[in-house]
Design a protein around this ligand. Structure first.
Ligand SMILES: [Zn+2]
Length: 205
């Protein structure tokens, strides 16, 4: 009998860390269609090899990889290869993770969860301390670049149940944050963070 996929819910506004072995496919399912998922990957053999949006754009000469192209490390090594995307394909590699400073700018008083804090909380749960925040892969985040260089933010173009599949090209620790942004419409006009589902499919499927 085939091995069942690992299935995990990422609670709204929170993050999980998940180990993905080389050859396994990580599926991120946008259950409600409205949720941005900030994503990071680290090499399990060498956590200093982290997924880099700048290197990914350089290697592929594109803002977003084509199917078959990979997100790469700072050493330009393939980490996650794009194998499936049932969404309209609108994602972001340009913008930073939300953090305490953004929520202060937006007028929040007191603590507000952020993707940056979610990342470090998830890494701490794995015994990893990282002194900085790599630029995230912002799945389902609707960011476009105008010809005059303007960055245009919209609500997610994805539909409920849309998913993206990424095949691990090395043993990885992946952190996925269901963005807690509830002030701007980046998680849709409802401005309500939602849960998403993650599946890890056995290698060879
Ligand atoms: Zn966020």
């Amino acid at each position: 009998m085939a091995e069942a996929p690992l299935s995990i819910t990422v609670p709204a506004g929170r993050a999980i860390a998940v180990a993905v072995d080389a050859g396994q496919v990580l599926q991120v399912i946008n259950t409600h269609g409205t949720q941005v998922v900030d994503s990071w990957a680290f090499g399990r053999q060498d956590p200093a090899q982290f997924m880099s949006m700048a290197h990914t754009r350089s290697v592929n000469s594109r803002l977003w990889p084509l199917p078959g192209q990979a997100f790469v490390s700072i050493g330009r090594k393939p980490m996650l290869r794009l194998v499936e995307d049932t969404s309209p394909g609108v994602h972001d590699t340009l913008l930073c993770a939300c953090n305490a400073a953004i929520y202060a700018e937006l007028g929040c008083v007191g603590y507000h969860r952020s993707c940056e804090d979610n990342l470090h909380e998830a890494l701490a749960g794995e015994g990893i301390t990282l002194g900085f925040t790599p630029a995230p892969l912002n799945l389902f985040m609707n960011v476009a670049l105008a010809t005059d260089g303007a960055v245009i933010r919209g609500s997610p173009a994805s539909r409920p149940g849309d998913l993206i599949g990424l095949r691990a090209e090395m043993d990885l620790l992946v952190v996925l944050s269901a963005c807690p942004q509830d002030i701007t419409p980046i998680n849709s006009e409802a401005r309500t963070p939602r849960d998403v589902r993650v599946q890890v499919l056995p290698a060879g499927d």
